[in-house]
Ligand binder design. Structure first.
Ligand code: AMP
Length: 222
């Protein structure tokens, strides 16, 4: 099962992708996570990407597409993948079509996570995650059960993304509106696009996604 997650920053794509990954044994591919790993490692790609990411701007398609192309061919993607944060431009979507055709694979469904833009800045500004296991939290909507202690691994160290601040959110949303939203008509012409209410509580959002996936499975088995 190959899935694309669309939706603005802060919509919950990462959280829901991780749940899908666990449920279907398919790989979550977050280009944002991959770039943050490059920045941390101090690689050439990381150095080129850092200032753009800090400013909330998109990293050039050439870097992203070649990174994605090799990632998609890793063994953990054999059963399927969830693209979280890619494609973000029509040029990336066209490049993805070429890569998938070469690998004889295709996208089964696009999940469009819809949220009110007003809610995004608060959601993003409140995000933090465990530095050890990566579990994600939010100051307001999902604090840790015990103060400053990860619910999953008990670690006391947490991190916040450098670009999760109110200044950067505005440019990230502008990039989303101008560059990424045109992907909707692009995919509506080609594959099943399911609209998910991202304002619902997290478990309800997962429920909506589950029902969609059941439908997609029925269709792909026909
Ligand atoms: P994300 O973790 O998906 O919110 O991505 C964080 C930042 O990484 C974005 O604001 C961009 O600067 C960069 N980025 C991630 N994915 C892409 C992509 N597909 N194309 C261009 N830039 C990206």
């Amino acid at each position: 099962m190959n899935i694309i997650f669309l939706g603005p920053p802060g919509a919950g794509k990462g959280t829901q992708s991780k749940r899908l990954e666990a449920r279907y044994g398919i790989a979550q591919i977050s280009t944002g996570d991959m770039l943050r790993a490059e920045v941390k490692a101090g690689s050439d790609i990381g150095r080129e990407a850092k200032s753009l990411m800090d400013a909330g701007k998109l990293v050039p398609d050439t870097i992203i597409v070649s990174m994605l192309e090799s990632r998609i061919q890793q063994p953990d993607c054999a059963k399927g993948f969830i693209l979280d944060g890619f494609p973000r431009t029509v040029a990336q979507a066209e490049a993805l079509d070429v890569v998938l055709a070469r690998l004889s694979r295709k996208i089964d469904v696009v999940l469009m996570l819809e949220v009110d833009e007003d809610a995004l800045a608060d959601r993003i500004a409140g995000r933090f995650s465990c530095a050890k296991c990566g579990a994600s939290y939010n100051d307001v909507s999902k604090p840790t059960q015990v103060a400053e202690t990860c619910d999953l691994c008990g670690s006391h160290e947490f991190t916040r993304r450098a670009d999760d601040n109110r200044q950067t959110v505005t440019s990230r949303l502008t990039a989303y509106r101008n560059e990424t939203l045109p992907l909707l008509p692009y995919y509506e012409e080609k594959v099943m696009v399911a609209f998910i209410d991202g304002m619902a509580p997290i478990d309800e959002v997962s429920g909506q996604i589950d029902s969609t996936m059941t439908e997609v499975e029925k269709l792909t088995q026909k």
